[in-house]
Ligand binder design. Structure first.
Ligand code: SF4
Length: 164
């Protein structure tokens, strides 16, 4: 017979940290946000050294058409939503609400995946760069004692801005 869980057992099971709480903790930690900015600057410099430029006009931000998804960590989400997506373009599956026509309305705050994804060039090189800087972002959460997670952008935005 399968043992049934009592309410007391359920109370003892570890709770998943709430994404909105975690993002709020990241936003309130100005040192964490500054350090994330420096990680992004370093990643941007590493990408610039490759000489690769994007000629795609934002095509990869249309996830459903491009058949890929963008994942990010809570600190990245906190920086991105420091200015919420435009009211007229809240997230839905398959599209980034920060894309306005061909341009990114959150360019300076865009996540690591947006900075290091290129549909042309040395894919392996960019994958290695992504792993390196993503590891720094994960370690940043650990050093700030804030739970790390890795969520899909539109799913995270729908959790943060429900029913909008
Ligand atoms: S944040 Fe900007 S660059 Fe990244 S997917 Fe959205 S529109 Fe594109």
């Amino acid at each position: 017979m399968t043992p049934m869980k009592s309410n007391t057992d359920a109370d003892k099971s570890p709770r998943e940290p709430d994404l909105a709480d975690t993002v709020a903790r990241c936003s309130a930690d100005t040192s964490m946000m500054d350090r994330l900015g420096r990680i992004y600057e370093s990643a941007d410099r590493a990408v610039a050294r490759t000489g690769t430029v994007c000629l795609g006009g934002g095509a990869c931000c249309r996830f459903d058409l491009f058949a890929h998804r963008l994942y990010l960590a809570p600190a990245e989400l906190a920086l991105l939503v420091s200015q919420p997506p435009p009211e007229s373009a809240r997230a839905g599956p398959g599209r980034c609400p920060y894309q306005i026509g061909p341009r990114c309305a959150a360019y300076a705050r865009r996540p690591l995946g947006c900075r290091i994804f290129f549909c042309r060039g040395e894919k392996h090189h960019f994958e290695r760069l992504y792993e390196r800087y993503h590891r720094e972002i994960r370690l940043l959460h650990e050093s700030c004692c804030i739970p790390y997670s890795y969520g899909e952008l539109t799913d995270c935005l729908m959790q943060l801005f429900p029913n909008e």
